[in-house]
Ligand binder design. Structure first.
Ligand code: SF4
Length: 167
């Protein structure tokens, strides 16, 4: 990899993870409003669920093997997870990505409950910011990588595969 390409990928990894960490911190702040230990439990859960994702999904991704993961999960895991025969990326993604759902959906659910039950501007602002970062900024940013990705096994590419007639 050339030096400019390496720098670009380092910046990309920092950017991807900074947005994700920002989302988790906003989520922790929301849960903190409900009960402060919940914010800490949430952060620990998010970290563990991401490592579970690295262990169960990433090894089946072409980016992981090539060392070109935009989120740098190949670096963060030290490439210590090896693919096993008979499993593919799509089935692993469907099976294990559910572990990430609480990190994404718990904060807006708790935030909505807080807004309706114990109105506060802080809960409203945190909920709106969380949804803006998690459901708009992060997906839009990630889509830029997906468009150029050559992982044909990824569920996100199914629309494109049908267009070009590949099953
Ligand atoms: S692109 Fe996604 S699935 Fe692939 S290695 Fe990176 S985080 Fe894992």
């Amino acid at each position: 990899m050339t030096e400019p390409a390496r720098l670009k990928s380092v910046l990309m990894v920092l950017r991807e993870n900074a947005i994700l960490i920002l989302m988790y911190l906003l989520g922790a702040a929301l849960l903190f409003l409900l009960w402060w230990p919940l914010g800490l439990i949430y952060l620990v859960y998010c970290a563990l669920s991401n490592f579970l994702y690295m262990a169960r999904v990433c090894p089946y991704c072409g980016h992981y093997a090539a060392g070109t993961c935009p989120a740098g999960f190949d670096w963060l895991s030290g490439q210590r997870y090896k693919p096993r025969e008979g499993l593919d990326f799509m089935s692993q993604f469907r099976r294990w990505s559910i572990a990430l759902y609480p990190g994404w959906f718990l904060p807006p659910i708790i935030g909505t409950c807080l807004i309706f039950r114990e109105w506060s501007w802080l809960a409203l602002v945190l909920t709106v910011l969380f949804c803006g970062v998690g459901f708009i900024w992060l997906p839009v940013d990630s889509r830029r990588h997906c468009e150029k990705c050559d992982n044909l096994d990824c569920p996100r590419r199914r629309g494109k595969m049908k267009v070009v007639g590949v099953e």
